[in-house]
Design a protein around this ligand. Structure first.
Ligand SMILES: [Mg+2]
Length: 320
């Protein structure tokens, strides 16, 4: 590689300055301060070109997605983000690529008040690893393991959009309506971490996870950790107008059930906390949809449509 200190040259000047960062980029390691009464929450996600994003994805989108998927994991813990560090593996030093990537990262850093506190670059295939850290008040972290039979299951936003977006990006699906196409591609390339929901439901939800691999896969993590089963009503799954207008209703349900990359939050709430949930979501001006109920059939996920079992065909969706 050319004589560049990529993190210093392309990222340092664009980094925001938080008060809790004592030493940021430029020394051997970063030194930060954790607020009193708060626990530190840490998560890491790696995105590999050709595996987690298409090789021709705009660098701006790659940066924002790499950050969003990490912030989504913090959201799922009920945490508020503070710092990230970045490990970049690049095939070559492409200055215009780095300009666009670092700009994407900077925009999200400002929007979410997150400071880049360090990083490393190596030469190799295009791989982006971000470690994100945030805070949650002691003993208020949301986990996967505290759900109980009888709890209601909710999900934020809409499901299946990124899955169809991927089919469009891969040219496996052609849409006539430009507005729908743009919307679905945007949901794939620019996911929104549900941070406000995560922090709002800290003392309300019994369990929480972000939907990264698809509803069916991800809810099973809660069922396993909490030793519960679930009944999900497929007619209640929240789906966007764009998804519903673009594919048949059966295909739309299959996308909503199995497609990944939506980064919505799936959470459970006990009967006693339901009223509290409604007022909290309303005052935070965020929305979540009730989709089903937990039960005591450990590890079993039952899908129902109207009053019948729903025949679910995984072949309907091809994972990238
Ligand atoms: Mg996750």
């Amino acid at each position: 590689m050319k004589e560049f200190n990529i993190i210093e040259d392309f990222f340092k000047a664009k980094s925001i300055q938080r008060k809790d960062v004592i030493i940021g980029i430029g020394d051997d390691a970063a030194v930060t301060r954790i607020p009193q009464g708060q626990a530190l929450v840490t998560t890491t996600d790696t995105l590999i070109s050709g595996v987690h994003f298409l090789a021709d994805t705009a660098p701006h989108a790659i940066a924002q997605k790499a950050m969003a998927v990490n912030l989504s994991d913090l959201a799922a813990m009920g945490a508020e983000p503070a710092w990230i560090s970045l490990s970049l593996s690049l095939p070559e030093v492409d200055e215009s690529w780095l300009e666009s990537f670092s700009e994407g990262l900077r925009e999200h850093a400002i929007y979410y008040s997150v400071q880049l506190i360090g990083g490393d670059t190596v030469q190799g295939p295009l791989v982006i690893t971000i470690t994100a850290q945030g805070f949650v008040p002691f003993e208020q972290a949301l986990t996967r393991s505290q759900a109980k039979p009888g709890d209601s299951v909710y999900v934020t936003g809409t499901l299946g959009d990124a899955g169809l977006g991927l089919q469009i990006a891969q040219k496996k699906c052609v849409l006539d309506v430009q507005l729908n196409k743009d919307y679905l591609l945007n949901r794939l390339n620019y996911p929104t971490p549900r941070l406000l929901v995560g922090t709002s439901i800290r003392r309300i939800a019994s369990a929480c996870i972000d939907v990264s691999d698809g509803l069916v896969s991800d809810i099973k993590h809660i069922l396993k950790a909490s030793e519960c089963g679930a009944t999900i009503h497929v007619d209640k799954l929240p789906m966007s107008q764009a998804l519903k207008e673009s594919v048949s209703s059966t295909q739309a349900i299959d996308y909503a059930l199995s497609a990944g990359d939506d980064y919505e939050l799936l959470f459970t709430v006990s009967e006693e906390q339901k009223g509290h949930l409604e007022t909290t979501l309303a005052s935070a001006n965020v929305h979540a949809t009730y989709i089903g109920q937990l039960n005591g059939c450990v590890g079993k996920l039952e899908l129902r449509q109207a009053d019948k079992p729903y025949e679910y065909n995984l072949k309907g969706y091809e994972h990238f």
